[in-house]
Design a protein. Structure first.
Length: 307
């Protein structure tokens, strides 16, 4: 791939994390996690990672943007709301590393980052990039009108040769109903070049019994590169000329599974944009994800990054 600019679309929230009864405050969100890990993984290369969202007018925003800039994330396309606040979530992790979340985001600034008034500017900005990445959560937080506007923008990008990567990240509580989600996923996948599908989410959304069902449905929508993530089991990497099963890295000390899938996607994309094969990229994805789950929270210290 000839990639110099990557745009990532989504939402950042204020994170309240409880560890051993002590609550600390940070920032998180699925695509932001991916943006940070992708930026870190590509810091030795002349590839820019930009984040596209709207942040709130509250006191968290300055520190939020400072954190992104410290991670070398381009914030030129970040809008600041004049009347909305940032979303907030709390996270509690059990002894097995599994998480429980609570969210306060129903009227967050990120829901309104795209409007009819700014659609043309967003289109112009995205057309300076070669790869756009977003997730099911990026879609779910939007109103139906904003979602349709985003689809139109991405159709324009697609027609200009820009690659689109999509991570399914299906969260039922963010959608009005399952049918609405299925319609939106069908539309975005018809525009997608690289699809990251967590199989548990595919089962939840579509009722699949096997990974083959998810694979063939996605192929039928025209996606040429598909990665099916299956937790601690092998991931499946499909392209038009090959299907590979890439084993995960076995971890005996799972501390916190937050951002496991987000970091896998970053590890994978960091190698694909450097023209590594899908199999090589999946190995990098597993390496990064297996490191992330051995630390508390979504973002690990830079000093322990494996790639």
């Amino acid at each position: 791939m000839d990639i110099t600019n990557i745009a990532i679309i989504g939402e950042c929230m204020v994170e309240l994390k409880e560890i051993n009864g002590i609550v600390t405050q940070g920032f998180g969100g699925d695509t932001l996690n991916t943006a940070i890990y992708l930026s870190r993984s590509l810091e030795s290369y002349n590839i820019s990672v930009s984040y596209l969202t709207c942040v709130g007018k509250d006191n968290f925003t300055e520190n939020m943007l400072d954190d992104w800039n410290k991670e070398n994330i381009n914030t030129d396309m970040v809008r600041v709301s004049t009347d909305k606040n940032n979303g907030i979530y709390s996270i509690k992790t059990d002894s097995e590393g599994e998480r429980t979340f609570n969210y306060w985001r129903n009227d967050s600034a990120a829901k309104y980052w795209i409007t009819s008034e700014n659609a043309s500017q967003i289109t112009a900005d995205l057309l300076t990039h070669q790869l756009v990445y977003l997730s099911g959560i990026s879609l779910a937080i939007l109103t139906s009108e904003c979602r349709d506007a985003l689809f139109s923008i991405l159709e324009n990008c697609k027609s200009k040769g820009i690659k689109i990567a999509f991570d399914n990240n299906y969260r039922p509580t963010l959608w009005n109903n399952q049918s609405e989600a299925q319609s939106a996923y069908t539309k975005i996948l018809s525009l997608t070049d690289i699809a990251f599908l967590t199989f548990d989410d595919e089962q939840l959304l579509w009722g699949d019994d096997t990974a083959d069902q998810a694979m063939h449905r996605t192929i039928d929508l025209g996606v040429s590169e598909i990665i099916i993530k299956r937790g601690k089991d092998d991931c499946i990497v499909y392209s038009s000329d090959n299907t590979s099963f890439i084993p995960s890295v076995k971890v005996t000390n799972v501390i916190d599974t937050t951002a496991a899938g987000d970091s896998f996607s970053a590890g994978y994309l960091s190698k694909r944009v450097l023209d590594c094969s899908g199999s090589e990229s999946a190995v990098a994805g597993h390496q990064l994800a297996s490191t992330v789950i051995q630390y508390h929270g979504a973002i690990i210290p830079k000093s322990v990054m494996p790639i």
